[in-house]
Design a protein around this ligand. Structure first.
Ligand code: FAD
Ligand code: AMP
Length: 479
């Protein structure tokens, strides 16, 4: 076995791993990044779950399906008469695949431009920060690494009551590749992925039933936003059944018969044409660690790290979905950059208090920081400002005026504790709240900031003014 030497070896080229690799190379290290993934064409692909089977393809389908329903159902409201609107699903899929190919190819170009060596195959951490590399083609060899970043990501959780068959019962990857909208679609799990995929196919004509074991809808979101979101998604045709636990799913001919229990233990049965299992993701560490690697797992199977993503093995970091914290691409990418910079001797930290969450339904749901319920439960004094998009000139002009912005601030210091948005472009608006919170802004700071008019962002400005009881475009209640 031959041995190669690198300053940094990264295992996994998803957003966490590729960010670590690129940042490491920018800082002057010799870097290799190993990934075993093969794309739909059977060729090695970069970008991990996010680019190939996650964030990007799902957003391509969400965007296409939203444009379809908007054109069909609401363009006439603004005077655009579009005639007979149809959806060409194969063309939508081909465009999604082209976007994925463009972006995964882009990571290859970034690797080349930064001098990162892409190694296609399996990586395995040995003791002493050495890595065994088993290429898809050719001989296995050992890499000597000054430091290692582990970024192997996550895979969908499978549940015994609903075994995947890759055709009628699928995970999120299968649901991103249906060739037509099933007439009847079941979804297990009303998390971000279940809601997004349910929305895509519901817009394209599926009758969608979402079965969710929890009684609460989106329990980590602000309860007002979750309530409004549930009502709106129901109005759009998603039949979300809370407090229902799936106990079995069986393919019978062309159909899937799903059995589930409701909150009182009564048994029900539901027949669908396809079933998506979207019950969460789990850390993926198969074949990753030699027995003497020195890296430990926690009790839930995540690689054990401290706040700085340092594992129990010297010079070995772990980042992204495989470590504690929300399984989100941007959280992993920030960790990847932090790990590379720490290896180079810099001292960055990731601020886990300002990780934004977004659900890309329409309207979108986005939040950062604490919910009103969190603050109330902690017994802290707080004030809230809200502003509805129905009072936003830009939202009304765009015929897209559902939802609201809600801002929670500390009653004494006025510091922003959390911001919650349900509305058009919530994903973009929340970025402003993240910046404000990164700078420890008060609600008054946002209130004193000038926002361009007319913009959707003005709703954040008004919600901030509302904390002090003086929003301009709404009648403030006496406090
Ligand atoms: P991954 O992206 O999973 O990448 C890990 C890579 O490591 C993979 O390519 C894998 O093949 C490789 N690998 C693993 N083990 C080895 C090994 N031993 N040797 C070699 N290679 C290995 N997040 C968001 O922030 N926003 C969204 O809108 C969003 N939408 C999503 C939609 C869907 C349908 C799904 C499934 C996920 C979505 N996510 C979203 C989550 C997001 O995709 C993940 O949080 C993100 O990809 C995690 O990045 P990562 O780098 O940790 O791991
Ligand atoms: P997330 O982890 O946010 O992607 O959401 C997955 C959702 O699936 C969670 O809200 C779980 O409560 C839900 N879930 C898990 N198992 C089941 C089940 N057997 N039946 C219905 N819902 C489930």
């Amino acid at each position: 076995m031959s041995t190669d030497k690198y300053d940094l070896v990264v295992i996994g080229a998803g957003p966490a791993g590729y960010a670590a690799a690129i940042r490491g190379a920018q800082l002057g290290m010799s870097v290799a990044c190993i990934d075993k993934a093969l794309g739909t064409d059977g060729q090695p692909t970069l970008g991990g779950t996010c680019l190939n089977w996650g964030c990007i393809p799902s957003k391509a389908l969400l965007d296409a399906s939203h444009r379809f329903v908007e054109t069909r159902d609401s363009l006439a409201d603004v005077g655009v008469i579009a005639g007979n609107v149809e959806m060409d699903v194969p063309r939508m899929m081909a465009r999604k695949d082209a976007v994925v190919a463009q972006l995964t190819g882009g990571i290859g170009a970034l690797f080349q431009g930064n001098g990162v060596t892409h190694l296609a195959g399996l990586g395995r951490l040995l003791s002493g920060a050495r890595v065994e590399f088993e290429p898809h083609e050719g001989e296995t060899r050992t890499l000597d690494a000054g430091s290692v970043v582990l970024a192997p990501g996550s895979v969908p959780v499978e549940i015994a009551p609903a075994p995947l068959d890759g055709d009628r019962i699928v995970d999120s990857t299968g649901a991103l590749a249906f060739d037509a909208a099933p007439a009847r679609l079941g979804v297990i799990g009303a998390g971000a992925i279940g809601l997004e995929l349910g929305s895509v196919w519901g817009r394209l004509g599926s009758e969608v039933v979402i079965l969710e074991a929890l009684e609460d809808f989106l329990p980590t979101a602000d309860s007002r936003i979750a309530r409004d979101g549930l009502r709106e998604l129901g109005r759009q045709g998603l039949d979300i059944r809370l407090g229902t636990r799936v106990t079995g799913a069986e393919v019978q001919g062309e159909a899937v018969v799903v059995s589930y229990q409701d909150g009182s233990g009564d048994e029900h049965s539901l027949e669908v044409d396809r079933l998506i299992v979207a019950v969460g993701r789990r850390p993926y560490t198969e074949g990753l660690l030699a027995p003497d690697s020195g890296v430990n797992l926690d009790e839930r199977g995540f690689l054990f790290v401290n706040d700085l993503c340092v594992t129990d093995a010297p010079n070995v970091y772990a980042v992204g979905d495989v470590v504690r914290g929300p399984m989100l691409a941007h959280k992993g990418a920030e960790e990847g950059v932090m790990a590379a910079e720490r290896i180079a001797g810099h001292k960055p930290v990731v601020n886990y208090d300002t990780v934004p969450s977004v659900i890309y339904t329409h309207p979108e749901i986005a939040w950062v920081g604490k919910t009103e319920d969190d603050v109330k439960a902690a017994g802290d004094d707080y004030r809230v400002g809200t502003f509805p998009f129905a009072a936003s000139g830009r939202a009304l002009a765009a015929n897209d005026a559902k939802g609201l912005v809600k801002l929670v601030a500390d009653a004494e210091t006025d510091r922003i504790l959390g911001v919650h948005v349900f509305g058009p472009q919530a994903s973009e608006i929340i970025a402003q709240a993240v910046i404000a919170m990164e700078f420890d802004a008060s609600a008054e700071d946002i209130g004193l900031t000038m926002f361009a008019h007319p913009t959707l962002s003005e709703a954040l400005h008004e919600a901030a003014l509302g904390v002090g009881g003086h929003a301009i475009h709404m009648i403030n209640r006496k406090r």
